[in-house]
Design a protein around this ligand. Structure first.
Ligand SMILES: NC(=O)c1ccc[n+]([C@@H]2O[C@H](COP(=O)([O-])OP(=O)(O)OC[C@H]3O[C@@H](n4cnc5c(N)ncnc54)[C@H](O)[C@@H]3O)[C@@H](O)[C@H]2O)c1
Length: 315
C-alpha cells in the first residue's frame, strides 16, 4: 500500500540534502526518510532539516533504511559520485552503476510500488539501469533529465529578452550532458515565435545569440563546479517541481528522461523529451516538431547514450 504523504531520499550529499530541504519547505509530504551509506550524515541532515519544519509545515523527518521507504509514494535517488572539475557526467558511469547495483535491488526487495525518481549522473544511463534493476513498470522510473537544463535555458532567455522566464516556452532535449540540444525551431514566448520576440526586443543576430545561450546552458554545471565544487540548488528545485507534478497529478509537460519506445525513431534508451507527467508517472511523450538539424542532433545524442549503455553492460 502506497502512502501518498511519504517520500524517501537516497543519498544525502549536496544534492540529496538540498532536495530534502526544498521538499520540506514545499509541504508536499508529511513524512521523509533519508537514507545514506553514511548513516551519521543522514541522521545529521534529518535533524538539521527537521528544525526548519516549524517554519514550514509539520513533517516527520528521520534517517532510515529501505524498509522505511517500502510504502513511500516516491523515492528520489541522488546517491553516487559527483563530477569533479574537468570530469564529464558520462565519466561517472562505472562508479555510479556499481553504486546503483547496491541500492536498486534493495528497493526492489522491499516491494516498493511508487515512483522512482533518478537524479544521480549520468542520469539517462542510470534511469535505464534503475528501470532494468528495479523491475518497476517503465512509466514509474523517471530521470530528472533535462528539467534543470531547460530551467537554465528559460532563465538565460528571460534575461536576454527582459521577460519572466516562466513565459519562455523552450526545451533542452536529449542527453543531460554534453550532447544535449536546444529546440530553437519551436521555441516561443507567450505564443510569439522566439525569433519574432527577439526582434521585438531589439535582438537581430539570432545565430550568435542561440550559440552563446546554448553553450552557456551546456556548460553551466562545469562553470559552477569550477567555482564551488558542486551544483545543488537548481537541481533541488527541479526535484521539488517534479515531485509536485507527480503527487498533484498535474499532467504537466516536463522534459524528463524515460524509456523511448519508437518515438522519433528511438528505442531501448532513456533520454529527455517533453513528456506529460502525473500521478502514474510517465503518461506520454509530447511530439514537438524538430527541424532536420535538431532531429540529427537528437539522434547523435541518443547514439552517444546507447554506446555508454552498451559499454556499461546494461543491455
Ligand atoms: N540530474 C542532475 O541534474 C544533477 C545535478 C547535480 C548533481 N547530480 C548528480 O547527483 C549525484 C550526487 O551529487 P552530490 O553533489 O550530492 O554528491 P555528494 O558526494 O555530495 O553526495 C553523494 C552521497 O551519496 C551517498 N552514497 C554513496 N553511495 C551510496 C550508496 N550505495 N547508498 C546510499 N548512499 C550512497 C554518499 O554517502 C553521499 O552522501 C551525482 O551523481 C551528481 O552528478 C545530478
Amino acid at each position: 500500500m502506497v502512502d501518498n504523504r511519504k517520500v524517501a531520499v537516497v543519498g544525502c550529499g549536496f544534492v540529496g540534502s538540498s532536495s530534502a530541504f526544498a521538499l520540506m519547505q514545499s509541504g508536499l509530504f508529511s513524512e521523509m526518510v533519508l537514507i545514506d551509506v553514511d548513516r551519521a550524515r543522514a541522521e545529521g541532515e534529518a535533524l538539521d532539516i527537521s528544525h526548519g519544519s516549524p517554519f514550514a509545515a509539520p513533517m516527520r523527518i528521520y534517517a532510515g533504511d529501505y524498509r522505511d521507504a517500502a510504502d513511500a509514494a516516491m523515492i528520489v535517488v541522488t546517491a553516487g559520485a559527483a563530477q569533479k572539475p574537468g570530469e564529464t557526467r558520462l565519466d561517472l558511469v562505472n562508479k555510479n552503476v556499481a553504486i546503483y547495483r547496491s541500492i536498486i535491488p534493495n528497493i526492489r526487495e522491499v516491494g516498493f510500488e511508487g515512483i522512482l525518481l533518478i537524479v544521480s549522473n549520468p542520469v539517462d544511463v542510470l534511469t535505464y539501469a534503475a528501470m532494468k534493476m528495479s523491475g518497476l513498470p517503465e512509466s514509474r522510473v523517471i530521470g530528472s533529465g533535462t528539467v534543470l537544463d531547460t530551467a537554465r535555458l528559460q532563465e538565460a532567455l528571460g534575461a536576454h529578452l527582459g521577460v519572466d522566464p516562466r513565459d519562455v516556452e523552450a526545451y533542452i532535449i536529449g542527453e543531460h550532458g554534453d550532447s544535449e540540444l536546444a529546440v530553437w525551431s519551436s521555441a516561443d514566448v507567450a505564443g510569439v515565435p522566439l525569433k519574432d520576440f527577439c526582434e521585438m526586443r531589439g535582438h537581430f543576430d539570432h545565430e550568435q545569440a542561440e550559440r552563446r545561450i546554448a553553450d552557456e546552458v551546456r556548460n553551466a554545471a562545469y562553470e559552477i563546479i569550477k567555482r564551488k565544487h558542486a551544483t545543488y540548488y537548481g537541481i533541488a528545485m527541479s526535484v521539488t517541481r517534479l515531485c509536485t507534478a507527480i503527487m498533484r497529478d498535474e499532467k504537466c509537460v516536463l522534459p524528463v528522461s524515460s524509456l523511448m519506445v519508437g518515438e522519433y525513431g528511438l528505442s531501448d534508451i532513456c533520454i529527455s523529451m517533453p513528456t506529460i507527467v502525473g500521478r502514474d508517472g510517465i503518461e506520454c511523450r509530447v511530439p514537438i516538431s524538430l527541424d532536420d538539424d535538431e532531429f540529427g542532433e537528437l539522434h547523435r545524442s541518443a547514439a552517444a547514450l546507447s554506446d555508454v549503455i552498451d559499454r556499461a553492460g546494461l543491455r
